[in-house]
Design a protein around this ligand. Structure first.
Ligand code: ADP
Ligand code: ADP
Length: 229
């Protein structure tokens, strides 16, 4: 079965904007589901509803069969790593401490959290010499790697990724995409990946959900079955 099930979900903001319109979608375990569409079609709104930063106006979202509204929000967020476009790193913390943040919040001892962080740096292809650097001392691509490592730190079953590679140059982006596919192969998460780039969607997605302006689902299919339009 699917780890995340979105059932007939709509979101209307208080000003009347309908950002998501009766969306139904399933995100299976051990696969990458890509949500693709133009700016403003409701992609970020969808991710934010899944981790309960905002509430749907109607419909419901299930995690592992249970309605997320019934779950404590902290436990819910702990089961979901979140990666955003400009990494959203803590600027006043070193790379290693950024990655160790969530394990520390979970009560791990400093040493164990740092050991975990060091292991993750290796996994995402960050040289150990970067550990003591601050985010401003890293390239955009390196910052995104730190963002991915931080999201993986507590080994959540779900990864929510909001345009994580959109701000880096095309060559680096290609490397990050390949890295993500490798990580996915090794770790087998349920990944929901948001992008406006159809080529990226096709390269990464086991299945691709195409959203149209107004937040309506136009297609949901494996990349080789997408209809051009
Ligand atoms: P995307 O991630 O696909 O660019 P968003 O989910 O950010 O789209 O936005 C979807 C629509 O909802 C857009 O029309 C956007 O302007 C609108 N929107 C987003 N956040 C708010 C908000 N807090 N209040 C009102 N409208 C919003
Ligand atoms: P900021 O908004 O200051 O950049 P966030 O609060 O978004 O920081 O947290 C950064 C990262 O740490 C995000 O991936 C977020 O999901 C994660 N995170 C923060 N607090 C917790 C927590 N209590 N449990 C799980 N993950 C958390």
């Amino acid at each position: 079965g699917a780890l995340i099930v979105i059932e007939d979900v709509s979101k209307r903001y208080p000003d009347g904007t309908v950002a998501v319109d009766r969306l139904s979608l399933e995100v299976p375990d051990r696969s990458i589901t890509v949500l693709v569409g133009p700016s403003g079609c409701g992609k970020t709104t969808t991710l934010r509803m899944i981790n309960r930063m905002i509430e749907p106006s109607s419909g419901r979202i299930l995690l592992d069969g249970a309605d997320i509204q019934q779950q404590p929000v902290n436990a819910l967020r702990r089961s979901m790593g979140y990666v955003i476009q400009n990494a959203g790193l803590f600027q006043h913390r070193t790379v290693i401490d950024n990655i160790a943040t969530v394990p520390r919040l979970l009560g791990w001892h400093r040493q164990r959290a740092r050991a975990r962080a060091a292991e993750l740096m290796e996994r995402v292809g960050l040289d150990a010499s970067m550990a003591k650097r601050y985010p401003y001392q890293l390239s955009g691509g390196q910052q995104q790697r730190v963002g991915v490592a931080r999201a993986l730190a507590a080994d959540p079953p779900v990864l929510l990724m909001d345009e994580p590679f959109s701000a880096v140059d095309p060559v680096v982006r290609r490397g990050l995409q390949e890295e993500l596919l490798r990580i996915q192969e090794e770790l087998g998460k349920a990944i929901l990946f948001v992008t406006h780039d159809i080529d990226e969607a096709i390269r990464l997605g086991d299945q691709v959900a195409v959203l149209r302006t107004g937040g309506r689902l136009a297609q949901f299919a494996p990349p080789d079955e997408l209809l051009s339009s």
